[in-house]
Every structure is written in C-alpha cells, then in structure tokens.
Design a protein around this ligand. Structure first.
Ligand code: DON
Length: 560
C-alpha cells in the first residue's frame, strides 16, 4: 500500500515539475471550518456543533478574529461574505468600507503633484468601517442562534486574553509593523506592550476591545454606528484630522448583491461581483484558459505557467481601466466576460513567448509580502456554505487604534486610485473608474468563491493578498479541477502572480529551477517571493468534507 502511494507521489511530481509533498486534508463527515487562527476555528466549530448554521459560525469567527488576529481580523474594516445555502439560494453581502462624505478625488495628492502616503497610515487613510453592519445583516437575514451568543466568545477572548502565537508575536515586532504602530500611542500601548513588545506565548488582553464588543453584543450594530462606540470614534477622527464623521457612521449601509456566476469545464463558479475585481478576474482568466489544453503540460510546468500568466496579464490590464464601484461607474462585466472577447484575448497569446506589458509607470509591490487580509470558509451540517474575506487592507490597517475603543482602523482608502494612472501600494495601476468620490466603495480584489459540481457543493475557498488574491484563488481552483490535486496539495503547491504592471512574474520558492529557466527563456522577468496568499478551503466529495488551512500560516481546519 505504502509503495503504491509513494509511486503515485513520484509520478505526480514527475509530470507536474513542482516539488510535490502529498499532505492530507482534515476530513469530517458533517461540518468543517477553516480559518487563519486556531482560536477562531475552535469558536466556529463550537457554534456549528451546538446547532448554529454556517452564517452563525461566520459571525462568531468574524468577531473572534477581530480579537485573535489583529493584523487583519477586524471590526474597523470591511469585506465580503458569500453564501450558498443548501436549498440553492445564494447571496453576497458587501460590507466593504465606503469613502467618507468629505473624501474627494485629489485628497491624497500633495503640493508637488505626487500621491502622498496619507492613504496608507494615519487617520485620513480609513474608509467607513462595514464589518459590524455586514455581519449583523447576515445574521438578521440568515442566522439561527441568538446574536449575543455569537459575540460572547470574542468578548471572552478579549477580556481574558489569549496566548499570542509565534507568528503573531513576530509580526507585531517586525520593523515595518512596529514602526507604524509606534506612531500612535494607543496602538503602541495595546499591540506593542507599550514598547516592550510581546513574546510568543504572552497573553494579549484587550479590555477596551472587550467593552466595545460587549456593547455590540448587547445593543447590536446600532451601538457601533450611532451609539457609544460611534461618538468617541468620530471625536477621535475629528481631533486628528480624520474624515469619518458621526453622519458617515450613521449612514453606513451593508449591501446585499447578486453573486457573479460563471462556468468552467462543467463546474459552476459562484463568486464576488463588483466592487470586487476578483470574480470577473477568475472568470475571464478561466475563459481564456478553457480549451487551450494548457493543463496537459502539468502543474508547475513552464508551458502551463506561461498560459496562465498571459491570461492573468490580460485581465489585469482590463482591470486597470474598467473596474470600479458599480454604483458609481458602469462596470462592463458582460463585455469583459463575452466569449468573443475572451476568444480574442486567447488568440493574442503567443504560445512560446511572453507578451511584454506595454510600458507605463513602473510599479512597486511594496506590501506584497505582508499578506494581511484574512479568509475563512465554513460548511455546516445542512450543507450551507459560507466564504468570508475581510480586511483592514494592510496588516494592522492604518496603524491607528481608536481612542478608548481598542480596535484598529483600516487603510482601505489606498484601494482607490489616489492618482489615476499611478501605482498604489500594491503597484496596481487603476483608472478613473476607481477614482475617489464621497460614499464610493474602493475597488477590491477579494474573491470569496464557491464551486458546484453537478449542481452540488464542491469547493469553498478564498485568500488574502491584495491583487494576488485573484491569481491565488484561480491557481488553487485549477490545481483541483485541472491538475487533480487533493485540496491540501492544491493549497500547498507553489503559486505565482502576474498583474500586467509591473511587468514581472512573481514566483514562490518551491518551483523547479528548470521551470524558472524555461520561463526566463520565454522572456519573463522573474522575481522570487516567499509566500503568496493564505488560502482556507473546504472540498466536499463522496460524503466527506475535506478542509485545508494554508501551511504558509498558523491556521487550522477542523470538523466533526
Ligand atoms: O480589497 C482588497 O483587494 C485589498 N484591500 C485586500 C488587501 C489584502 O489582501 C492585504 N493582504 N495583502
């Protein structure tokens, strides 16, 4: 038996050209949770075991992560929740941040005509947070358990504290993070132990956050947006030149949108519509790939990577021009996914040579390596599936902790085109479609996705990583569907990213040097990176649920 398995692994490695090490997913019969942080996974699993549905678990995990994974878990940020219920209904809750009323097109352009750093750090970087309203909307419409029961574990984790993991302690004392957080006394006090720093295993207690969460537990989102959380938040903003007012908070609305749907080789894909650029992205890229036979060369081969990269490059060029908030700009979704247009994109690919991206401004991928958004996936015992990606944007957001409230604020305003045509923090070039306007939603790349096979739930997945999210989700999907990997191997396999500009192919360590050499010969500029994305995925097959948190993280998958 062992010999057979070993042989299969060797054969897979030989045909794929990547360093394959077969890892087993976590398997369970009834329900499964996969998140980035183990306390949050346990909170979600307990909700499911005690009769809560996947939406209940999503709410409880969302609040738990705001305590236990402060770089990305949040109440001061926003995100997307995608659900597919066992009866076939689907929904997409957009609780992304919106630009404050006082925001304006050129607010981040300095006197020298260049984009400033204000969209990245400090009070002016934040959009109006949406997480609390979004989770409440999901719960009111689709939840089963009492709201207060779902927030309670987060309250306990914040008031009693929890031991910081190796990764989180290390992240908090990293040069980049500690410099940013030190600039704001409240952030320094809470997250840097007042400058003394935390060691792995130290308890992080957050009494101010516990009180904020208690109010949300007892009074609902109304407290956060109109009550005892809203007032000090607006006052703190006003005192430090931030734009968010009491009115902005009061007017914040989460929105329920129709998910974007598409098909690939008989699989139905349900995913994020605009203001995410991710759903359109994976559907266009898959459309370009379908029928090319690219997969025959094997995962990790130069030929397959070439085709995928060229499809990615073409989509990101479109993204820079056509994607924005659909409530402010008519996003040409059907044109971008039109089979004729996709056919034209496919034909423009030279099967042997890289197509150089037209010369524009050189980008930089400064924040590329600090993947700090977070995704979690849930399937409950009834077969309801939920995929949530939410974020503060950069790790620890704007680095500002709201005075007396204990939570970090997002720097999501940087997802707008601060200066259309110039690269943002992710090196992304974006156009007028994504220029700043009051109350507008910044364009996102977050791509929660749910895949059906023969009309039945098959795969739930998503990832952080800014623009790399789109390609990460795509790659895990094709690793399963086209390359036949189990979900754990599909998540482990080395990943790559191209976003048109800058004209570089970013590859994780783990690819074969031969593949890299072949790609260079095809004309690619290759840049090696340590890690791309943090996937949390669940696959449903033959009556089993198979979960995989990303081995790039300290995440866990657990089921029963
Ligand atoms: O919505 C977006 O596309 C970004 N704010 C996501 C940021 C992210 O994934 C951070 N991780 N690198």
């Amino acid at each position: 038996m062992r010999k057979v398995v070993l042989l299969a692994v060797v054969l897979a490695a030989a045909s794929s050209g990547i360093a394959v090490s077969s890892r087993q997913p976590v398997r369970a019969r009834h329900a499964m949770v996969a998140t980035r942080e183990h306390h949050a996974t346990d909170v979600g699993l307990a909700v499911l075991k005690s009769g809560g549905n996947a939406i209940d678990a999503a709410v409880a995990i969302g609040f738990a992560l705001s305590v236990t994974h402060p770089s990305a878990g949040n109440v001061g940020g926003g995100g997307f929740l995608l659900a597919r219920f066992a009866d076939g209904r689907t929904t997409f809750i957009d609780f992304r941040e919106r630009a404050p009323q006082k925001a304006s097109r050129d607010m981040y352009i300095g006197p020298d005509g260049k984009a400033t750093k204000d969209s990245l750090v400090g009070y002016r970087a934040s959009g109006v947070p949406g997480t609390v309203r979004g989770l409440e909307m999901a719960h009111k419409k689709y939840g089963r358990k009492p709201w207060s029961e779902l927030i309670e574990p987060a309250v306990q984790l914040a008031s009693q504290g929890f031991p910081l993991s190796y990764g989180d302690a290390r992240s908090l004392r990293s040069k980049h993070t500690s410099e940013r957080l030190s600039r704001f006394p409240e952030s320094k006090r809470i997250f840097l132990n007042d400058g003394k720093y935390f060691e792995p295993g130290d308890r992080l207690q957050q009494p101010e956050l516990a009180r904020t969460l208690q109010r949300v537990r007892d009074m609902g989102a109304k407290d956060f947006y109109e009550g005892e959380t809203a007032s000090p938040l607006a006052a703190d903003m006003q005192a430090h030149g931030g734009l968010i007012t009491l009115n902005d908070l009061k007017n914040y609305k989460a929105m329920e949108r129709k998910p974007l749907e598409g098909a690939y080789r008989g699989y139905a894909i349900i995913t994020a519509p605009p203001p995410s650029s991710g759903g359109v992205g994976i559907l266009q890229i898959l459309g370009v790939l379908e029928g090319t036979g690219y997969e025959k060369s094997g995962a990790g081969s130069a030929a397959a990577t070439h085709f995928m990269t060229e499809a990615m490059r073409r989509y990101f060029a479109d993204r820079s021009e056509y994607m924005g908030d659909p409530d402010f700009y008519k996003v040409p979704v059907s044109a971008l996914l039109n089979p004729k247009y996709i056919g034209h994109l496919r034909q423009s690919i030279d099967p042997e040579q890289a197509t150089g991206s037209p010369k524009l401004h050189p980008g930089n991928l400064g924040a590329y390596e600090s993947a700090e958004t977070t995704h979690y996936s849930i399937v409950d015992a009834d077969g309801n599936a939920v995929a949530v990606t939410y974020t503060l944007n950069d790790g620890y957001g704007s680095a500002v902790t709201a005075e007396k409230l204990g939570f970090l604020l997002n720097n999501e305003m940087d997802d707008f085109a601060a200066k259309p045509g110039e690269p943002n923090d992710y090196g992304l070039i974006q156009g007028e479609a994504n220029a700043i306007q009051p109350r507008k939603t910044p364009l996102s790349s977050m791509t929660p996705a749910i895949v059906l096979r023969d009309g039945k739930l098959y795969l739930v997945l998503g990832s952080p990583g800014g623009p790399t999210i789109i390609n990460t989700v795509l790659e895990v999907f094709v690793n399963v569907v086209d390359f036949g990997m189990n979900i754990a191997d599909a998540v482990d396999a080395p990943r790559f990213h191209h976003q048109w500009m800058p004209d570089a192919l970013y590859m994780e360590t783990g690819f074969s040097p031969d593949t890299i050499a072949l790609l260079k010969a095809r004309g690619y500029t290759i840049k090696m990176v340590n890690a791309q994305g943090e996937v949390a995925a669940i696959l449903s097959e033959n009556g089993w649920l198979e979960g995989s948190a990303d081995p790039r993280t300290e995440g866990t998958a657990r089921g029963y």
